[in-house]
Design a protein around this ligand. Structure first.
Ligand SMILES: Cc1cc2nc3c(=O)[nH]c(=O)nc-3n(C[C@H](O)[C@H](O)[C@H](O)COP(=O)(O)OP(=O)(O)OC[C@H]3O[C@@H](n4cnc5c(N)ncnc54)[C@H](O)[C@@H]3O)c2cc1C
Length: 447
């Protein structure tokens, strides 16, 4: 049997597709994941770490709040709805989000774990997947294998037990931290989480020295303000996709803090922790914060690692010595190995990015009736919302609407901002109280 859609990876991106497709009659699909069970970024599952988006941005709610796969239904089915509602702040820990993903995946028979996709070829009218559990064919393919850890050029090929990406921080043995000089490179959310964790280690478990290096000029909060959040609305994504590539690139730079900043709570906790470490704690861990430093070279020495840095403003060289180096240097898109047989049929730009069509398919050199979708690979084409969970359900609905009849109004949107003059005006519901008679409107409110 040829499937309508095969998904590679069952992280949040493809799980959204699986959950929404479950309600669609006549769409035969399977999703394959190489992990034995659903795990969500297990190497950075630090105690107490929380989701950065509202629980409304779960796998389905923003498209279909009536779906059985909402986070609220998960709470209800697992007997914790009232308890959750009584929590002072309704943030979700990453551990609970992982439980939710596992609950959804476990409910959907179309999702198979322990099943790596090893190679994808094209037969002429279908994709053929060689998997750990035999071959499958599918008319359309949805690649949701997630971005991969970005390793800076000077460190390429050098990773090992004491020089590692933050994606593997959770596997770092305590002996590589206890009494050691630890350097954390990278000033985004992951870097801040690692630093907070290391500063929280007490007594013997603590490092001997801690240094936090950041190429950016400072450590800035995530911009989570309401108008900025409209960049995470479907109408903005459509607008962004229609812009010229050079303008999109400029905007991505200008909007960086909306996706790559550090959540304000965490930033404050780290700052307070450093204050206590420096002035209150009995055993102080010498701690240096180095913003505006570029990593130029890393070399192995007889007693650990030597990091050659350059001060970004002056170019002045600096040397840092460490026993353990954690690279919190982010993630990037890379064409997965299993697509190698199709690589010369997929247009990849010189900067390694894909130019995705509006429906998240790539204009590949194959029949138009066989769509090749990439989820979480469209930052350059669809904007900063793409790697984020906020629009993952809408993206999944867009994918499904491109290959099947779907009941959702994926075009509906209620943004305050009008990004283009073509956006219609009738987004205000008719029952809205007219401006002149709104009860709370006063002269002073206008100033
Ligand atoms: C630590 C961390 C925390 C984050 N927290 C947030 C947050 O709070 N809010 C937010 O909006 N965004 C967050 N993000 C960003 C983003 O939402 C997540 O990275 C999200 O998991 C991306 O989903 P994904 O499905 O694209 O990729 P992934 O979650 O990486 O899933 C990819 C899946 O593909 C599977 N796979 C890979 N190769 C194969 C293969 N060959 N065959 C079969 N399966 C394969 C993997 O096993 C994996 O399960 C976070 C990112 C990180 C790294």
């Amino acid at each position: 049997m040829t499937l309508d859609l095969a998904g590679v990876g069952a992280g949040p991106a493809n799980l959204c597709v699986a959950a929404l497709a479950d309600g669609l009659p006549g769409v035969r699909c399977r999703f394959f994941d190489r992990q034995p069970v659903q795990r969500w970024h297990p190497g950075l599952m630090l105690p107490g770490s929380v989701l950065q988006v509202s629980h409304l941005k779960d796998l389905v709610t923003m498209v279909d709040p009536t779906s059985p796969y909402t986070f609220l239904n998960f709470l209800a089915r697992t007997g914790r709805l009232y308890r959750f509602a009584s929590l002072p702040r309704q943030v979700i820990t990453r551990r609970e989000y992982e439980s939710y993903l596992r609950w959804v995946a476990g409910t959907l028979p179309q999702v198979r774990f322990g099943c790596a996709v090893e190679e994808v070829t094209f037969t002429g009218d279908a994709f053929r997947l060689a998997t750990a559990r035999g071959p499958y064919t599918a008319t359309h393919l949805s690649v949701g294998t997630g971005p991969v850890p970005r390793v800076p050029e000077p460190v390429a090929g050098m990773l090992g037990p004491t020089l590692l990406h933050s994606a593997d921080f959770g596997y770092l043995p305590a002996t590589s931290v206890r009494g050691r000089r630890v350097a954390v490179v990278g000033g985004g959310q992951s870097g801040a989480e690692v630093v907070e964790h290391l500063l929280g280690l007490a007594g013997d478990a603590a490092p001997r020295e801690l240094t936090w290096v950041n190429r950016r000029h400072g450590f800035q909060p995530l911009d989570d303000s309401p108008f900025t959040n409209e960049w995470f609305h479907p109408d903005y994504v459509r607008y962004f996709h229609g812009l010229a590539p050079a303008r999109r690139k400029e905007l991505l730079g200008a909007q960086q803090l909306a996706s790559d900043g550090i959540s304000a709570d965490l930033l404050e906790r780290v700052y307070r922790r450093m204050y206590e470490n420096d002035f209150v704690d009995e055993h102080r861990v010498p701690c240096a914060v180095l913003p505006g430093r570029e990593l130029h070279r890393v070399a192995s020495t007889v007693d650990g690692w030597r990091l050659d840095l350059a001060q970004c403003d002056t170019g002045a060289p600096e040397t840092l010595r460490a026993d353990t180096v954690v690279l919190a240097t982010g993630y990037e898109f890379r064409l997965p190995e299993f697509l190698r047989p199709l690589a010369d049929r997929i247009p990849v730009a010189s900067d390694g990015q894909l130019a995705l069509d509006a429906d998240y398919s790539v204009p590949w050199d194959g029949p138009a009736g066989n769509k090749l979708f990439f989820l979480n690979a469209g930052r350059h084409s669809h904007g900063i919302a793409d790697p984020n969970l906020s629009l993952a359900s809408w993206r999944a609905a867009t994918v499904l609407s491109s290959i099947a009849d779907t009941p959702w109004d994926a075009g509906a949107t209620t943004s305050t901002s009008r990004w283009a003059s073509t956006v219609p005006h009738e987004t205000v519901p008719h029952e809205t109280v007219p401006y002149e008679t709104a009860p709370h409107r006063t002269e002073s409110a206008d100033r």
